[in-house]
Design a protein around this ligand. Structure first.
Ligand code: CA
Length: 234
């Protein structure tokens, strides 16, 4: 099993390397983020041990870049303090496991072995309609190659529309699936959100994927329709 360690504290990195080698792993080490990222991209590792606080490219960035390239190599993140750990998990950066420093070496080995047993998680399906894509795991949305900046609610509404591509969904459906039970406001709030969403995913690109179906609700065009000026071109 080949493991990459990305850690800028050289004594720690080297002692981890020695220890893991003793435990039968093949181990490469990168002392900074740039090297770590290029090594991770270049070779197929069975797992990566990733420090977050690196002098150049932050561990978050490495994780996100790998996942963006649909690389699901198991990643065990090392964090410096508890607060950072909470934040990291909250950010859902796509790592598979976390250890707070200082950690015990046997625990690291045990966690690593369990990650290796699991193997790379099956890549979560990307939802798509034409060139509009949404990654449910990272909550990111693209139109073509362009990463869009959407709010949490906008992503949630779009996810619901994408999961129902080609079907008409009512405002009530959206409310039930995107808002929690506590919401008892006006369903017309959906119109406001859909307007924002349209601006970002459609109008900005001369598209009209989200159709309004009068009196019924909305429908996301299966092919992410192109606005022809007269109507939806299929
Ligand atoms: Ca560090």
């Amino acid at each position: 099993m080949r493991v990459l360690i990305v850690e800028d504290e050289q004594p720690l990195a080297l002692s981890l390397q020695r220890g893991l080698k003793t435990n039968g792993f093949a181990v490469d080490v990168a002392f900074d983020g740039n090297n770590g990222l290029s090594m991770a991209r270049e070779h197929r590792y069975d797992a990566i041990v990733l420090d977050l606080m690196l002098p150049d490219v932050h561990g978050y960035q490495i994780c996100a870049t790998l996942r963006d390239h649909r690389d699901w190599t198991p990643i065990l993140v090392l964090t410096a303090k508890d607060g950072e750990l909470d934040e990291t998990m909250g950010l859902n950066i796509g790592a598979d496991d976390y250890l707070t420093k200082p950690f015990s070496f046997p625990v690291l080995v045990a966690r690593l072995r369990s990650l290796l047993r699991r193997g790379a998680a099956p890549c979560p399906p990307i939802l798509a309609a034409g060139d509009l894509r949404l990654d449910p795991a990272s909550r990111r949305v693209w139109r073509g190659d362009q990463l869009l900046s959407l709010t949490t609610k906008e992503v949630a509404i779009l996810e619901y529309l994408l999961r129902n591509t080609g079907r008409v969904v009512s405002k009530r459906d959206i409310l039930e699936h995107v808002w929690d039970d506590a919401f008892d406001g006006d369903p017309n709030i959906i119109e406001v959100y859909v307007r924002y969403l349209r601006k970002k995913i459609d109008i900005a690109f001369g598209r009209c994927a989200i159709e309004t179906v009068r009196g019924a609700g909305y429908r996301l065009a299966a092919d992410g329709g192109v606005w022809s000026g007269r109507g939806l071109a299929r």
